[in-house]
Design a protein. Structure first.
Length: 419
């Protein structure tokens, strides 16, 4: 069923101008029964963690909706909205996905044959089948979004979450559903940073129904220019660790050069690596593992154990000194999210042995909130069980803990002392 036809009819009958709506189109992609969800959950990398049982059938939609680009101009983005069918939804959940350089590795691309599509699939199984209307943006520059994805940039990516939430509310009205009053926000990795920024923006929204009732940022680089950048620029002995850091720094530099245009790419990377980054990233459709391998092979020519070797000395020094007079460094500093006060319960989740987005990010963020006088009644940190998990496959276990928190609050998780 093509729901956008219904939307057009609704607009015509009730005199609603198309430009007054955030939702542009919604195409139903597939349906998921409770039994199918239960079976699919068992295939997730849960490392022995017991996931909550699905409570609802789900229909999910590939949507397009209006948002804003890096200059604040109107743009149409894509994403996924999933609607529980058999139970009055508890409310809304916005899920902000993690790092990807592949424009197709995003929530809107989940297939109707239940082929897994990374975090978007896990969010559908654990949040939408858990009774929440799920809104998951692809972000600027990913999916059908034009341009280059701003990375890592919470202030520029959070609006895609605000606007897909508006679109989800419009779709739910069109479908004659009446969700409850909960509004929860979650995200992993880059999405953890974006989820924190989304929570910060939404909690001051003039419409009370747009304010989060709970949030769970997961494994995000909140201390981007502190703990995270120190880790990226440190020498490593494990080649896979170096490759991950080269991948992250490549996406960051490419974004600075072409998404926000704060500096030419030759000011960021040494000449040979700048050429390789341009060559590999310009299409936007290179699979992540292939891209990481090719980038590392190029970087290893300078130094196989140090990602920082691909940066120009000037840019590397500006990062290390936190030189806010450098436009590119200022852009990164503006994405740090430590100095804020969540107005609703917030649960930080992270892997203590995370070798990509280091756990120190989460500990620094928690300490900053404790310094503001926020106690465990407002903010807590729950370290995820390691059990062989790493950053690349920790999202499902994190979502299980987030779901329990969203359903039952802090009481649903055993209390732990701050790390």
């Amino acid at each position: 069923m093509r729901v956008c036809t219904v939307i057009a009819l609704f607009a015509a009958c009730f005199g609603v101008l198309a430009q007054d709506r955030t939702l542009v189109s919604a195409d139903k992609v597939g349906s998921l029964s409770r039994a199918q969800a239960r079976e699919a959950i068992q295939a997730l990398p849960l490392a022995g963690t017991q996931a909550p049982d699905p409570v609802a059938w789900v229909d999910w939609y590939r949507v397009k909706y209006r948002s804003t680009d890096v200059q604040g101009k109107s743009v149409v983005l894509s994403g996924m909205i999933a609607v529980p069918l058999q139970k009055t939804p508890q409310g809304y959940a916005v899920y902000m996905h993690g790092t990807t350089a592949d424009k197709n590795a995003v929530p809107s691309r989940i297939a109707p044959n239940f082929v897994a599509s990374g975090e978007g699939w896990a969010a559908l199984l654990l949040l939408a089948a858990g009774g929440y209307v799920l809104a998951a943006p692809d972000y600027l520059g990913l999916g059908d979004g034009p341009g280059v994805h701003p990375y890592p940039n919470g202030p520029l990516n959070a609006p895609s979450g605000v606007d897909i939430l508006r679109a989800a509310k419009e779709l739910v009205v069109d479908l004659h559903r009446k969700p409850g009053t909960k509004l929860v926000v979650a995200g992993y990795s880059e999405g953890g940073l974006n989820a924190a920024w989304l929570t910060r923006i939404l909690q001051d929204h003039p419409d009370p129904s747009m304010r989060p009732t709970a949030s769970a940022p997961m494994a995000g680089p909140y201390d981007l220019m502190g703990a995270q950048m120190r880790s990226i620029l440190s020498r490593r002995v494990n080649v896979l660790d170096v490759a991950a850091r080269v991948f992250l720094i490549s996406l960051t530099g490419y974004s600075i050069a072409y998404a926000t245009q704060d500096a030419p790419i030759t000011d960021i990377f040494i000449p040979a690596f700048a050429t390789k980054v341009d060559e590999l990233l310009k299409t936007g459709y290179v699979e992540n593992e292939t891209l990481a391998k090719e980038l590392y092979l190029s970087a290893a020519k300078s130094d196989p154990f140090w990602a920082g070797a691909v940066l120009t000395g000037t840019f590397r020094d500006a990062i290390r000194s936190g030189n806010a007079d450098n436009r590119a460094v200022k852009r990164l500093l503006d994405s740090v999210i430590l100095d804020w006060t969540p107005q609703s319960p917030l649960l930080f989740l992270g892997l203590a042995n995370d070798n990509v987005v280091v756990f120190e990010n989460t500990k620094v963020a928690l300490r900053a909130m404790r310094a503001k006088g926020l106690g465990p009644d407002r903010v807590r940190l729950w370290p995820l069980p390691n059990r062989g998990l790493n950053h690349l496959d920790g999202h499902a276990v994190a979502l299980v803990a987030a779901r329990r928190f969203f359903d039952g609050g802090f009481a649903a998780l055993p209390p732990l002392p701050d790390p």
